[in-house]
Design a protein around this ligand. Sequence first.
Ligand SMILES: [Zn+2]
Length: 172
Amino acid sequence: MSQEPKLLFEETLTCPVCKKNTLHARDYLYEVPIAGMLILSNWVCENCGYRFRDVKPYETNKPKLIKYKVENKDDLKTIVYRSPFGKIIIPELELEIEPASASQGYITTVEGILEIVLDQIESYCDDNCMNMINNAMDGKISFTLMIEDESGLSFIKSDKAKIEELVIKYSH
Ligand SMILES: [Zn+2]
């Protein structure tokens, strides 16, 4: 007995390879005997043919904190998906980027995240702060990329990424 997968999520995102807004992302929920509920991601760029496929247990979609230690240039190429609810934190650079209310999710690389961060904070970043980010982008310093996500949809595509249950703190 097979069940039809249910469409869970559908968005058009910016492709991490060709940078065009032609990456069609679709996530399906389906039930498999023994394995239970799974999410199947099938993302395809119509422009350059880039594909992202992934299967993960449905239970992972709860509030979480992802931590990824970036130690070299290869780590900068790791694929990252930041959902519209993902907050980016880089403690070593004292950076926190809140999710914008109307923001879309996007798939990019760790380097792409740094470019987005730079773009957002450029106006109030001093020389020291610019140097730190530029060094991070060149792989000269190691840092921790953290994504805090209440929706649990964000991910960092690496075995090195650590996932913790998110405890939501309220600050005033
Ligand atoms: Zn593409």
